[in-house]
Design a protein around this ligand. Sequence first.
Ligand code: AMP
Ligand code: ZN
Length: 467
Amino acid sequence: MKIYNTLSRKVEEFVPNEDGKVSMYTCGPTVYHYAHIGNLRSYIMEDVLEKVLRYAGYDVKRVMNITDVGHLSSDADTGEDKMLKGAKREHKTVMEIAKFYTDAFFLDCAKLNIKTPDVVEPATNCIDSFIEMIQALLEKGYAYKSGENIYFDTSKLDNYYVFGKQSEEELMVGVRDDVTEDENKKNKNDFVLWFTKSKFEDQALKWDSPWGVGYPGWHIECSCISMKHLGEYMDIHCGGIDNMFPHHTNEIAQSEAYLGHKWCNYWFHVHHLNDQSGKMSKSKGEFLTVSLLEEKGYNPLAYRFFCLQSHYRKPLVFSYEALNQAAGTFAKLKKRIADLPKDGEVEETAVQEYKQKFIDAVGNDVNTSMGITLVYDVLKTDLNGVTKRAVIESFDQVLGLDLLKEETAAQSDVDAELEAYILGKIEERKAAKKEKNFALADEIRNELLTKGIVLEDTREGVKWKKV
Ligand code: AMP
Ligand code: ZN
C-alpha cells in the first residue's frame, strides 16, 4: 500500500506502527447544517481509503469526532460559534440542532455507502479530557492565560508550520476578510484552547473549568478524542485540504507538545469539490446536498461514482453536465454487469488474481479511477459470467457502488412524479422513432440514463428499470 503523506509531500510506502493494524482518525462534521456534497467528497474518499486497507488485510480501527461546540465561523478563533448560528437560524437549542444534523449526516453517508467509523464521539462528551490536556499544556509551559482565555503558544515550537509555511497563505480559506485580530494573543498564530471570556454573551454551551466557566476551542477536540480511542501513536489522520491549516497544524502542535513525541505518521488530505464559481458553500448559491440530488432524480451512488472517477488529490469541479455524464456511464456499467450470464462456476484463481491487481491499483494512493478501469477490464476478459460477477462483487467491497445490486424491483423506489416523467419520455421517444428521428430517440434514452433509468425495447414494448 502506498499513500501520499502531506507531511513529507511524497507518496510513501504505508507502514503502520503495529503490524497488521491501522489506527485512523477522521475529522467529523460540524453539525450546524446539512453536509454539502463537497464535505461528502472528503468522506467518500476517506471511506475508500479505510476499505482498501481492510481489503488488503489490515485490521482498521477508525475514529471520528462530531463537532458540536467550538468551531467558529472562521477556522481561526474569530466569528460566531457555528452551532449557535444554526440554533438561532432554526429557533432550536444547540443540542437539538446537533442531534438533527448528526442524524442527517449519517443518513447521507448511508445513501452514499459510506461506512460509519468504529467509534463516533461528539466533542461535548469529552470536555473533561480537553480540560486535562489544556492543564498539562499550561504546566509544560506551552499554553498561557490572556484576557481570561487559554491560548497555545506557537513560539514554543521549533517548527510550527509542519506542512510548510506556504500552507498558511494557500489554505487560510476559512478566514474571511472581516477577521479582527485578537489582541490577547502573543503571536499571530497562537490559538484558543479554552474560551472563558466568550465574545458571545449568549454562548449556549458552557462548562466549569479551572479557568472559569467557558467552552473549548475547536482544535483540542480532535487531539483528545483521537488519543482517547487510539492511544499516543496514530497511523493515519484524514480530513479535507482546508483542514491542513490551521486545524491540523494546531492539532499536531498541541498533541506533540502534550505527548513529547511524534503523534501521527500519515496525513491524508482530500482536495476540494468546487462549484463553477469556486468554493462550495452552505450559504451562497445552490446548497448542494444529497437530498437535492435525489429530488432531481439522481441516484446518490452516481455521485459516489462521479467522485471515484477522479483522484482525491485533485480539485474537482461539480456541474450538472459532469454529473449527468457520470450518472449515464454508471447506469450503463450497471446494466452491463446485470446482463452477465449467471451460469458456470466461479474460477477462484482468477478471483484471487484480480483481487491482487485491485489492491495494487487502488492501494496505490487511493487510485479509484484505476479501480473502475479494472471493472471494465474484467468485463472484457473471456472469464465466465459468474467469475466476472464474483470479481466485481469483491471490488465493490471497496468501491461501494452496489455494482451487482439488480434493482429490477426498484421501480417501487421511484416516486410517482418521476414515474410520470419517465412514461412521458417513453411516449416522446416512441413518437420520435415513428418520425425516424433516431437522434432524438437516442437523446431521450441517454437523458433517462443519467437518472439511472434504463430503457429496454422488448417484443412486448418498451420496459424501464432503475439501476
Ligand atoms: P465541516 O463540517 O465544515 O467541519 O467539514 C467537514 C469536512 O469536509 C472536513 O474534512 C472539511 O475539510 C471537508 N470539506 C469542506 N469543504 C469541502 C469541499 N468543498 N470539498 C471537499 N471537502 C470539503
Ligand atoms: Zn479535526
